[in-house]
Design a protein around this ligand. Sequence first.
Ligand code: GDP
Ligand code: MG
Length: 636
Amino acid sequence: NNAIIGTAGHVDHGKTLLIKALTGQETDRLKEEKKRGITIELGFAHLALPGGGKAGIIDVPGHEKFVRNMLAGAGSIDLAMLVIAADEGVMPQTREHLAILKMLGISRGLVVINKIDLVEADWLEVVTLDIEEELAGSFLENAPIMPVSAYSGQGIDELRSKIFEMLEESPEKNLQAPFRMPVDRVFIMDGFGTVVTGTLIEGTLKLGDEVEIFPSGLTSKARRIQVHGEEAEVAYAGQRVALNVAGLKVSDLAKGDWIAAPKTLETTSLIDIAIKIDKDFAREIKNNTRLHLYHGTRDVLCNLVLLDEVVLKAGDEAYGQLRLEEPLSVNIGDRFVLRFYSPLETVGGGVILDPIGHRMKRVQKNEAKARFAIMEKGSLVEKVEAAFAKHSPAFPRADYVKNIYFHQETGFDNALQTLMADKVLISLKGQICHKNHLATLGQKAQTILNHHHAANPLQQGMPPLDLISRLLPEAAQSFRDQVLAALVDMKMIKCPQADVVAHIDFKIAASSHHDKIQEKVLKIYIDAGFAPPDFKEVAEQFSKGQQKEKQAFAQVFEALVAGETLIPLTPQTYVHKDFYPKALGLFNEMHAEKSPVDTKEYRDRMGVSRKYAMAFLEDFDKKGITQLLENGRVLL
Ligand code: GDP
Ligand code: MG
């Protein structure tokens, strides 16, 4: 067992002396550094356990550094030790530290009443009652209260035994998780190179493991590991670690960075959060307040944006987003502490619900509340569904979502299978989409198609490429087909013929009015044969009435062209489909008699003006049927 004990308590209540009494080690950095020249450990001592292992004890050098030191070990603190001096009793920092321990999710601990050599027995009784009252309702409500004197040694053996007893009952740590460690110190050691220290809060780190530095993204290898000051091959969650990173300079790293298994943290500047305001916080927090965020060994400035337009007071809980002024590397579920910008008072704490926040408009914030609630306290299946639903517009692959949200969850694959089997999530060539997003795309497609059908009631539909390029302008070609296929599957659109898509309910419904116009148009073109009037003139015959008449003509004409009943030769010249092969047949006949075919002779044979003969001939050229030579045309 690799336990970490975190001390807490008002300044000068005797934390440092107490640690010395328990372990024989001096954690006061300045004194120690003067004596030995250099120390790896800073504010850390080790308590030898009866079973042979060692527990780390975090000392906190001063009030301001308290939050940082606590956070550095957060997630790995097995036991909180709240130290209260018997002569002074509960003080403001005692309360603030207690609140912070709670915000960090620490749930086990004990209370030490120190300096009992300074007080009478009846005073000690009064102080003890005071403390019990103060702790009511907190996680230390029923915790053991141990009276000691770090100075005389009274009660220290009993305290040590109690600590051993409580550590025995600590829940197991997750050693299978990817390792990560917030860096609290970086320095050069002679003959060693660049060394970083920290508390390994999750997983197992082995010699030779690849490591990534976050947020810089630099990579390295664990060349040498020291655990509690001794050379080691493996470090486990809960241990104090000094790590020699190969090939990196001191300037490549800084306090506040994370050292972790590659690609296991998300670097972000907008996070979705749930927060709780400290019960002793005396001010009000409005939307858009600038705050300090403490996470791991880093603190950054941020703006709190609330989902609800409210003012938060002591004890309130809320959902919101933090806009960070510098990038931060985090995991879902991480705890953090918020403190006021100035003066530096603890506001409250919270948990990260989603490392990838999206900027939201007011109406989106209302819709987002349900998702925040699921990410805070939903079941795994609900969370997996919510994560995919949120990212569906990007059609993510399963691994992408798993890496960001669920790499700690062994049940992810099962949850995904269930959701796919229930058709809540749909896989399109391995890219996953929530059914609601497909339905939204389907509705958008129907709107686009409806516009098209209204303007082109005599057409079967529109080319799929036109639809999809408006629906998903950025999607890859192969993927677009999958989306259309899915929409066809969902019976939102249909393919009435190859290369045409239509609204699922669309039917061509030509009116008798359309039929009449079509009849008239066809008669004009059939009667005119090789020499039809210009389109302009034909259109004029149908533009005497209202706009509707004009529109109906345009629709009929377009449908006749699309259906290849009318063949365009020039922008103004269309011929009926029966006359095109006739004109070509005539050319073939003449070509058989004499080649090349003379333009004037062709015109005479057709019995039309030069304009029409040229229109046909140039169209033959364009289609690659004929070719113009110096003295006429030949067949190709
Ligand atoms: P910290 O700020 O909580 O780390 O407190 P320190 O360990 O630095 O102790 C603050 C002062 O209280 C020092 O002068 C200690 O010698 C003194 N002190 C600590 N524990 C005891 C104790 O049990 N009895 C007495 N009389 N003095 C103590
Ligand atoms: Mg101290």
